[in-house]
Design a protein around this ligand. Structure first.
Ligand SMILES: *[C@@H]1O[C@H](CO)[C@@H](O)[C@H](O)[C@H]1NC(C)=O
Length: 355
């Protein structure tokens, strides 16, 4: 009886020893083993959203291979990619095998992946099957949230989201082709934080119980004084953040985030006409060992070369908002592409020489 008691106590400590947030030391030691991270948010140009990217009918290996090889030719080593729970619900094994195929292609290009599980941005009613065609001129006209609004408002359905989180992370829990798990993109995006925050807490509990070798993160995208941002930071092994403002603003955000003594990766920036550019931000990120992930590689069905809130029928912008390459591989800006090609790859602890 006594022995069994002791065993249970030991089991409790062992489990909790694993299923705990990484210490600062653990996080920083992990980061020192990584290259300086540079890359983009990635969706193939032939997909309008994560459902079209991953569904078996439209999973476009040819385009994914071509576009990831372009990323590699620009020195990129980390791409951020959105998943969707509906694909797992439809057929978990098939979805996992397509993820594995994708990871084969990315790793052949020496690119690691940040997978994003949930997302509060853009259209609220995701449905499997044929996806809409883009509305001309409109930024991300067919991007889908995960979960959809109906599911978000029905807490009795949230256990599916927890099961998805635990299952997908467990399946890839030892897979170093994946660099990080980003649990929830911009929970504030749909402007209903009081509903989303409790879901995020359940998602985090499910993620940490899956005991992955990869760090977990959720990126603050707004004021760090908000309850949501403080929670996001408190559960992030490695701190990621979004900032589409000019460099002075990004630097102010970074100065606050540096006080947490954890690795920093900017997982969304680049809004050229808002003053967030390759030339302003990359030298700063590079010299401060901050990972640099901009929005968009190839201009395609997401139409993110158009600014946020561009009206239907808007003309092609002279200066692209996001993205780096045309669908045929030619650059929006030859200067940007040359700049990326000239970046000297480095490890985190190397002294920066170039700037
Ligand atoms: C991950 O590694 C651990 C420890 O070696 C092992 O117990 C577990 O089954 C592995 N997980 C998967 C999904 O292969």
């Amino acid at each position: 009886m006594k022995d069994r008691h002791l065993f249970l106590i030991l089991l409790y400590f062992v489990n909790n020893g694993y299923a705990a947030r990484w210490t600062e030391t653990q996080a920083n030691e992990w980061y020192e083993q990584q290259p300086w991270f540079i890359g983009t948010n990635f969706i193939p140009s032939t997909a309008i959203n994560s459902l079209e990217m991953w569904q078996s009918e439209t999973f476009d290996i040819e385009t994914i291979s071509r576009e990831l090889s372009w990323a590699a030719s620009l020195n990129m080593n980390l791409m951020r990619v959105y998943l969707h729970h509906l694909l797992w619900q439809q057929n978990a094994d098939d979805f996992a095998s397509r993820i594995d195929k994708f990871l084969q292609i990315s790793s052949q290009n020496n690119i690691q992946i940040i997978f994003v599980l949930f997302d509060e941005c853009h259209t609220p009613n995701p449905k499997l099957g044929l996806q809409p065609i883009p509305i001309p001129g409109v930024h991300n006209s067919g991007w889908v949230r995960d979960p959809g609004q109906e599911m978000l408002l029905d807490q009795t359905k949230w256990s599916v989201l927890q099961q998805y989180t635990a299952d997908i992370i467990t399946r890839f829990q030892n897979d170093t082709r994946i660099a990080l798990w980003d649990l929830y993109n911009e929970p504030e995006c749909s402007q209903q934080v009081p509903i989303v925050l409790p879901l995020l807490k359940l998602v985090y509990a499910a993620a940490i119980s899956a005991n992955p070798v990869q760090p977990l993160t959720v990126a603050p995208a707004s004021s760090l004084s908000e309850e949501l941002a403080q929670y996001e930071i408190s559960i992030s092994d490695v701190i990621t953040f979004h900032n589409y403002a000019p460099l002075a603003d990004t630097m102010r955000m970074v100065e606050q985030l540096k006080t947490f003594n954890r690795p920093l990766i900017c997982t969304e920036y680049l809004a050229r006409t808002a003053g967030s550019t390759i030339f302003t931000h990359i030298p700063y990120f590079y010299s401060n060992n901050i990972g640099s992930i901009n929005w968009g590689l190839v201009s395609g069905k997401t139409q993110t070369i158009y600014p946020w809130f561009s009206p239907e029928g808007a003309p092609t912008p002279l200066i692209w908002f996001h993205d780096i390459l045309h669908a045929n591989g030619t650059p929006f800006s030859v200067y940007e592409v040359q700049f990326l090609k000239d970046l000297k790859p480095k490890r985190q602890n190397e002294i920066m020489l170039k700037y």
